[in-house]
Design a binder for this molecule. Structure first.
Ligand code: NAD
Length: 492
């Protein structure tokens, strides 16, 4: 049905007003965009690191000066408060600046040791652009999340065809339009809009890589589509992040972190805190502090509301199911409860005594909810936190054992004595494992995701033992064997 539509509307989730009308791009149109991008990619690559950095900094300047305008579009399409929209824009700008500034240092030529057997060679590695990268994004952070791929892929010398979520096409359109103002020469960053079919078409349009952020279920479909042509993929999927609170933690700061980490953006955060494991010595104090703080978080669409509506209406049923199943399984709500979920907004909800096999503990809820569980010690906390199919982020509040516990969490990122701080550090890699996906955006690792490692050896002089010639002879082979035995074959 959807594929027959030629346009679709993005709606304001708080008011149901139409925010904008956008084309549903067909597979043919997506392929045409990728063909145009191939030409643009060659031009973009020819600019070199300095030429690209200068243009990306120009775009960054435009985004910064017009951030309030972009925040209006984010606010209208997602319903999130202006201040939260601004926060994700600021972080995206900082990432763009970092990627532009550091691409040459990370991806440019680096000398490597040639080793003993090839000691007559100068060895080096450098990263060349892949070509055209397809970026498929979600709606929950419609600027910050796709920009984690777009800015890094562009800085690495690729052209990008971007398919934003069908809930936030206006945000995608704004990003692509302002890029074209900063870089008018070629369509280095293009937009294709539509539903899942448009994203699937992008996977099959001959791109050099797909960078996907979204749900694990869609991630599987994307991998299957990309498998047809061996197109590599980067998957940034969901999470069920845990927070650990040790007996020596600053309980008030931990409660503050849990409430913001769990409820900001109405809980629609891939690295949002959804589960908390608290040492029994501070459990009661922690629950009391969370109860007080979460009770003060008010949903609404006015400027003083702390959280907005649920952007994707279908998510409301999932949040409702998680809460009702947790209560039916013996859990108690200390904030909110069975009727927390309305037809647009969800009241902050804090659940305790929820069995570990309940959906509220095992599946991504994506709403302003928290489960809090009491543990005897931090070994139990780590074991429970790691007993998850996801492995994205996490948080530890502790004094003595903070770093040790952070290392024990099976996640791609962990913050000690804060929440989600890792996402704001451009030099750090971001990504997960298991159902949270694979590959990394941000930082040097994020730049390398969008480059092709190119190894080069340059012969500096003719070696006495030339290995790569039929003229080598038995004498050279014997000498090499002797050398290897001397180097690696001695008894310890
Ligand atoms: P989604 O998987 O429903 O959609 C994501 C994108 O994929 C959209 O643009 C959609 O149109 C497209 N799509 C849908 N079907 C497709 C198909 N068959 N082929 C190609 N593309 C297709 O996800 P969502 O609801 O937009 O986003 C929420 C999810 O994203 C949550 O699970 C959240 O945790 C996750 N997320 C992860 C990160 C991260 O960095 N790990 C960041 C933000 C959000």
């Amino acid at each position: 049905m959807q594929s027959k539509q030629t346009t679709f509307e993005s709606l304001n989730p708080a008011t149901d007003e139409v925010v904008g009308t956008h084309p549903v791009h067909t597979a043919e149109e997506v392929r045409a965009a990728v063909r145009r991008a191939e030409t643009a990619a060659a031009w973009w690559e020819s600019l070199g690191f300095a030429g690209r950095a200068e243009r990306l900094q120009r775009w960054k300047g435009t985004m910064t000066r017009r951030a309030a305008q972009l925040a209006d579009v984010v606010h209208a399409e997602t319903g999130k408060p202006h201040a939260d929209a601004m926060l994700e824009i600021i972080l995206a700008i900082d990432h763009t600046a970092w990627a532009a500034k550091n691409a040459k240092k990370v991806l440019g030529p680096h000398r490597r040791s040639p080793g003993l057997l090839m000691s007559n060679q100068a060895a080096s590695v450098e990263y060349h652009p892949l070509g055209v990268v397809g970026v498929i994004g979600p709606w929950n952070y419609p600027v910050f999340t796709p920009m984690g791929s777009i800015a890094y892929a562009l800085a690495a010398g690729n052209a990008v065809v971007f398919k934003p979520s069908e809930y936030t096409p206006g945000v995608g359109e704004w990003l692509v339009r302002t890029f074209a103002e900063a870089v008018p020469e070629q369509p280095v960053l293009q937009l294709v809009t539509g539903y899942g079919e448009t994203g699937a078409a992008l996977c099959r349009a001959g791109v050099a890589k797909i960078a996907f952020t979204g749900s694990p279920a869609t991630g599987r479909k994307i991998m299957a589509a990309c498998a047809e042509t061996l197109t590599p993929v980067l998957i940034e999927a969901g999470g069920k992040d845990a927070m650990l609170v040790d007996a020596d933690a600053d309980v008030d700061a931990a409660a503050d972190g849990a409430v913001w980490g769990g409820m900001s953006n109405a809980g629609q955060t891939c690295t949002g805190i959804e589960r908390v494991y608290v040492h029994e010595k501070v459990y009661d104090r922690f629950v009391a502090a969370v109860t007080e703080k979460a009770g003060a978080v008010r949903p609404g669409y006015d400027d003083s509301a702390a959280i907005g509506p649920i952007t994707m209406p279908a998510q409301l049923a999932i949040i409702r199911r998680h809460i009702t199943e947790a209560l039916a399984a013996g859990g108690r709500a200390v904030v909110g409860g069975a009727d927390s979920v309305g037809d647009k907004y969800v009241q902050p909800t804090v659940l305790v005594d929820v069995p570990e096999d309940a959906s509220a503990v095992r599946e991504e809820t994506f709403g302003p909810t928290l489960t809090i569980a009491k543990v005897r010690d931090m070994d139990e906390a780590v074991a429970k936190a790691n007993d998850s199919k996801y492995g994205l982020g996490g948080s530890v509040f502790a004094k003595a054992r903070g770093m040790e516990l952070a290392r024990k969490l099976r996640s791609g990122m962990t913050s000690v004595n804060s929440v989600i701080s890792f996402a704001g550090v451009p030099s750090l890699p971001f990504g997960g494992s298991g159902d949270s996906g694979f590959g990394r955006i941000h930082g040097p690792e994020g730049l390398r995701e969008f480059g092709r490692a190119k190894a080069i050896t340059r012969q500096r002089f003719t070696a006495p033992l030339t290995l790569t010639s039929f003229a080598r002879g038995a004498k050279v082979d014997a000498q090499v064997a002797k050398l290897i035995t001397l180097l690696h074959g001695r008894r310890r």
